[in-house]
Design a binder for this molecule. Structure first.
Ligand code: GMT
Length: 375
């Protein structure tokens, strides 16, 4: 099949999932065309089945806002025609499903019919899409998609509750490719980060308010009072500076490393013991799953789709959003005992394997085939 994938090319989970999906499809000999404004961060173009088409938006002084949707839908029309694309798969409803629908309609004028699969990722529904300024357009483009998928049951429930949706939503969970995650012994340089007796606690996100970064710092503050530990903070975003300030205030600056964005999270996770994800909302929590496949136990909130990923008492523990005390106590419980820590780490890996790509890719392929059959 020839599949066009539209996504955000950044470090966010939706872009990561779209990129990993495209790479996996290309390995199965499908021809994959990524269409977005920048080469996705995890994409390398060495596979001959992978193509990247950049959407450029020329700036013009009249426009206060540059019309990205217009440029994207035009690029979609050109690419779908030129490469005879069979299926269009858009990740993140805003504005991708909207632009995709416009492209579909333009192509139909020329007698070309391309089914569109829309995957909802979370903030496109729960935070941004639900805003009254966007809601009618988001509802319309979900309803006009040929197939709609959501990354968790929780996100499906939220979508049906918040929007007037007429079509079916299939839950296709996010995934990890365990075979890609063999970090070599030499890559896993724990000694660069911590002394042998220190535990390593990690957080990875886009440092937005929804991630409750202050809770991450406060939980770690409580941990390090009882257990020698380091905190590794990976990612960029508006809450990074306030978090650095808070570490200074609490006197733990020398125990916390801020890395910024990284393409090498497996190298960081391979020597991590505990992953913190105290988010206010989370449709799935891909970062937690990536930690788990690297044998890292997870302390998280129980928001949104996290309970579908982090198995309470098995791969880690969950607490109510904002319950820093409970999260701290659970962290200490896991970290204070070598055997218990080892059990949680092994369990985390086993739980993550339920989301191995080999279980998920066939679901997408089946969906593409049924969308094509309906054309
Ligand atoms: O976490 C973010 O804020 C980024 C966002 C995105 O769109 O990339 O992540 C969302 O999609 C991920 C991949 O499906 C999910 O794992 C995240 O849980 C979800 N984030 C939220 O719902 C806040």
């Amino acid at each position: 099949m020839k599949i066009a994938i539209v996504c955000y090319p950044t470090f966010g989970g939706s872009g990561v999932v779209a990129t990993e999906l495209g790479i996996a499809l290309a390995k199965l000999n499908h021809e994959v065309h990524f269409i977005t404004y920048k080469q996705p961060v995890r994409l390398n173009l060495l596979n001959p089945n992978i193509h990247f088409h950049e959407v450029s938006v020329p700036t013009y002084p009249l426009f206060h806002y540059q019309p990205y949707e217009l440029a994207l839908s035009s690029k979609l029309v050109d690419t779908i025609k030129k490469y005879k694309i069979d299926v269009l798969h858009v990740h993140y409803a805003i504005p991708h499903a909207y632009a995709g629908y416009m492209a579909k309609k333009m192509l139909e004028e020329e007698g070309i019919y391309v089914p569109m699969v829309t995957t909802l990722h979370g903030t496109d529904i729960t935070l941004v899409g639900n805003h009254p300024f966007y809601k009618p357009a988001v509802t319309f483009s979900i309803n006009k998609s040929d197939i709609v998928t959501s990354v968790s049951q929780s996100l499906k429930d939220d979508t049906l509750r918040l929007f007037d949706i007429k079509n079916n939503i299939e839950v296709v969970p996010n995934f990890i490719d365990a075979s890609q995650r063999k970090t070599s012994f030499t890559d896993c340089q724990r000694e660069l980060m911590a002394t042998p007796e220190e535990r390593i606690v990690t957080h990875i996100s886009n440092f937005r308010a929804v991630k409750r970064i202050t809770d991450v710092v406060d939980i770690f503050y409580n941990i390090q009072k009882k257990i020698p530990a380091k905190l590794l903070m990976v990612g960029e975003g508006p809450e990074r500076k306030p978090a650095e300030e808070r570490c200074k205030e609490l006197g733990i600056k020398d125990k916390v490393v801020f890395f910024g964005n990284s393409n090498e999270i497996d190298k960081i996770l391979c020597f991590s013991d505990l992953f913190l994800l105290p988010s206010e909302r989370e449709s799935f929590g891909l970062a937690a799953l990536e930690a788990m496949v690297n044998k890292v136990a997870v302390i998280s909130s129980n928001a949104g789709g996290i309970p579908e990923v982090n198995n309470h008492g098995v791969s880690g523990y969950m607490s109510d959003v904002g319950d820093v005390r409970d999260m701290s106590e659970n962290s200490i419980k896991i970290l204070e005992n070598d055997d218990r820590l080892e059990t949680f780490k092994e369990n985390a890996y086993k739980e993550a394997m339920k989301f191995d790509i080999s279980n998920i890719i066939p679901l997408y392929i089946k969906m593409y085939e049924s969308a094509l059959a309906a054309v």
